[in-house]
Design a protein around this ligand. Structure first.
Ligand code: F6P
Length: 420
């Protein structure tokens, strides 16, 4: 088969290690020039393909591509842009294939979460139908850790580490002054529907009385009375109370504690600010002095404290996607399979996109303590290995030395412009 080009795009919320997957794709493709001539990266994700706005990665030095491995954010730009159903959005799918045809693109690597796996699956179907079959491979990525089948998702281990480290450090701060000052500290973490990130905060403590004293999961309906009782107990017993709350914490009627009333392009409810809501509940009912922090983008961009396991896995899924494609596979996603907990061993497997698309893996009940406010030993066994190891970026003058790519554009070939 003559050599073809590949298209790579980043999708959805970025992570501290999504660029490590890009690095895995590009470095591996470069080793197989006879099959993959060039990797074109979508500027701003899939929008770059639709508008024929692609970055020529052959114009990037080997050194810059290698530096992606330690650079957070999405180096090519990521997008929340859903193509939706084939029937309703056929024109967009057809445009995508037209662009792929024009640029001789035979491989499509889509680095994202549940929605993106759905898109990759649909592109594989449409391309076949249009007589220009493209190898479509998903590459897992989401800090939310909610993709099914894979044991975990690249991006999560580093957020988990950041949240556990921050909880442990902030707890020491609060404890030092609790006698005369702040008694309650609340850390808000991401995880729209699933409590994986909140659970990671639980790893900060190991003995009874250690922080965090309370975790509020999306999976457990918020019970104000039980919550306040627990806060009071912690302050009376330990002198302070550290709370990790998921942005997705909700009431029994499923309403988020922090719904702001808007939705994003994927139709997801926009969340934010659950920490002040919880802080007000504490202050209004118990009168304790509090501080709160919203980890927000700090948690998913914190490459300086990334988990070494996470970086390695993010690279490995990018590399595996290219290898699978070269073996003639399509409509699959590389997955991480856990072989053992102690010592932690994992390997790369594969799963059909049809079984991953649009499905969310919630935190299992057996990972949440009986009272609903903490994590179990089983959760700890699952979480700890994913946070393991440090992979510091290089530093210059005390700051991490992150790469900015040249970002040279591929010359457009189609007359027809496409507006998104
Ligand atoms: O999809 C991952 C995620 O980080 C969620 O945990 C969070 O709710 C969301 O992205 C934030 O999305 P955005 O950056 O588009 O506001």
């Amino acid at each position: 088969m003559p050599a073809m080009n590949a298209f790579y795009a980043q999708s959805g919320g970025v992570t501290a290690v999504i660029n490590a997957s890009a690095c895995g794709v590009i470095e591996t493709a470069r080793k197989h020039r006879k099959q993959i001539k060039n990797v074109y990266a979508g500027r701003n994700g899939i929008i770059g393909a639709l508008t024929e706005d692609m970055i020529d990665t052959n114009k990037e030095s080997a050194r810059n591509i290698a530096a992606l491995k330690h650079t957070p954010g999405g180096a090519f730009g990521s997008a929340r842009y859903k193509l939706g159903s084939i029937e309703r959005n056929l024109a967009e799918y057809e445009r995508l294939i037209e662009v792929f045809k024009a640029h001789n693109i035979g491989y499509f690597f889509y680095n994202g979460g549940n929605d993106s796996m759905d898109t990759a699956h649909k592109v594989s179907q449409v391309s076949k139908r249009m007589g220009f079959p493209v190898a479509c491979l998903g590459i897992p990525k989401t800090v939310d850790n909610d993709l099914p089948i894979t044991d975990n998702c690249p991006g999560f281990g580093s957020v988990a580490k950041y949240v556990a480290v921050s909880t442990r450090e902030a707890a020491l701060d609060v404890l030092s002054m609790a006698k005369t000052s702040t008694k309650v500290f609340i850390l808000e973490v991401m995880g729209r529907h699933a409590g994986w990130i909140a659970a990671a905060g639980g790893v900060a403590g190991s003995a009874p009385g250690d922080a965090p004293h309370i975790i509020l999961f999306p999976e457990i309906p918020f019970n104000k009375r039980a919550f306040l009782k627990r806060v009071r107990h912690c302050v009376e017993q330990y002198g302070y109370c550290v709370i990790v709350v998921s942005e997705g914490a909700r009431y029994a009627n499923n309403q988020f504690l922090a719904e702001v009333g808007t939705r994003d392009a994927f139709g997801h409810v926009q969340l934010g600010g659950v920490a002040p809501v919880v802080a007000n509940i504490v202050s209004d009912n118990l009168g304790y002095k509090y501080h709160y922090a919203i980890a927000d983008y700090l948690q998913r961009s914190a490459r300086h404290i990334a988990s070494a396991v996470d970086v390695e896995q993010a690279y490995a899924v990018g590399r595996a996607a290219v290898r699978f494609a070269l073996q003639g596979k399509t409509a699959i996603m590389p997955i991480i399979t856990r072989v053992s907990d102690k010592p932690y061993r994992w390997r790369i497997g594969e799963a059909p996109l049809s079984r991953i698309a649009n499905r969310e893996k919630m935190l299992p009940r057996r990972y949440i303590s009986k009272d609903g406010f903490g994590i179990t030993e089983a959760a700890r066994r699952y979480l700890q290995p994913l946070m393991r190891g440090e992979d510091y970026p290089p530093y210059i003058n005390g700051l991490p030395d992150y790469v900015s790519l040249r970002g040279a554009s591929v010359a457009p070939l189609l007359k027809k412009k496409f507006v998104v």
